[in-house]
Design a protein around this ligand. Sequence first.
Ligand SMILES: Cc1ncc(COP(=O)(O)O)c(C=O)c1O
Length: 492
Amino acid sequence: MKLRDCRSHSVHSNHLKKKKVLLSGPESLSRLNQVLSTSDLATPALCLVEALWMLEKYNSRTKKSEALWKRANTLFPGGVSHNIRTFGMPTCNSYPPYISRGQDGHIWDVDGNEYIDWWMTHYSLILGHNNAAVKKAIQDQSEFGHHFGAPNEPEVRFGEQLQEAVPLLKRMRFTASGSESTMYATRLARAFTGKNLIGKSLGGWHGGNDALAYHLKHPFSDTPIYDGVSFDFNDRESFDMMLKNHGRDLAAVIVEPVIGAGGGIPPEPEFLRYIREETAARDIVLIFDEIITGFRLRFGTAGDRIFGAEPDLLTLGKAAAGGMPLGVYGGREDIMALAAPGAIGGQWVGGGTFSSHPLTMVAGLAVLEQLRAKKGDYSRLNNMGDSFRARLNEMLGEMKAPLVGTGIGSINFISHLRLRHEEPIKTPGQLGALFDHRQQDIFQGFLMQEGVFGYHGLGALSFAHTQEDVEKTLSAISRAIESMRHIKSKRK
Ligand SMILES: Cc1ncc(COP(=O)(O)O)c(C=O)c1O
């Protein structure tokens, strides 16, 4: 059976319906175990058995979320408007909490339960939830009407501020999402080079657009609709192989300076510089997707200023606009010129109805103003993340737990592996091969029950998180692992 099926709630439910099992609570376990032990789906269905034990506390205190989840499932495929927002809970026969409020590093669900938030709106909220200056900027702007679909002054001011912080943005365009930005950056590279093929890292997530949503999860299978090839980040041989086989046909290589959804993996020394040199030598456009790393690791971009490699184009989003919908793509003037209306040799790049939305522009201005003032504080935030991760990995080692913490600075992921792995994991390909999707979801469910909200294990710290949040998270992780062990020992 495919891994994908193990994660599917409906597979469990349909299977159980077929077997006529009535699930009424933990007391039905022995009956359920009996049925499942004879089942061809025994392994995935054990997710459900475990879930009946493990999320009892969570389920009993989230009744309003449960009711909303039931309604949502009659509206949205899988109950959600973004696949990631199930937070893996259906694997545990549960549901995500519905969030109604956020303040600094914490959020509250509709039932009033509090969580330490590591997800931080897909890593966007580097200043924390409900930032007073961002809120005021949005309120003030909305006094005048909130969008006109026309040029507006905040757009020019925000563009100037971004250009000052990221001088590589000789020209830029605003969009309403990261996915649009990477799509347009890719399209420009294709127009500029007259070639079609795109290269990206295994596991690299650049949004759901048709140019780039391939080779996302191990075993990284091919899908014919994408005109793309991949390499394993940090693996020069794999990069060389891609160039050897496809170098002449490549329009662009797009890569995150730190792999995000593919495992929170920072670049090995000189790796980004190496791909810069190799792409430049072949006139392949290099795009750095800084939608996570931009303004997160420092005030500005990371690829050039931390890791020493300058791309031709780059994309930004998330942290740069404090939780408002933003995408930015920009870079070299000669390439960006092809985005202009009627550009000779260009092709239609365009924009979108909600590009340079005034509420986003003023929110971005309020974010940049605060982040500029915190330039010197980034090292404190990064150290907080680095020391958290060191302690986490030490704790996981002492517990001999098959999990690993990865990341850099405030970016912190935890991956549940099939086995304890002592060597450092350096590439998304390695991580993908070791990753245990089902146990990851169950671990995530336990963390949720412990009041820690995250995905990819955790997510990102913000300037609003405290050392107390970090200490509580470490304790919650330890309890989550102990609970998983308890469940497994009960099952034996
Ligand atoms: C590195 C990276 N690029 C692009 C995207 C897509 O951005 P959006 O979700 O705003 O479309 C994401 C989103 O998670 C991302 O992490």
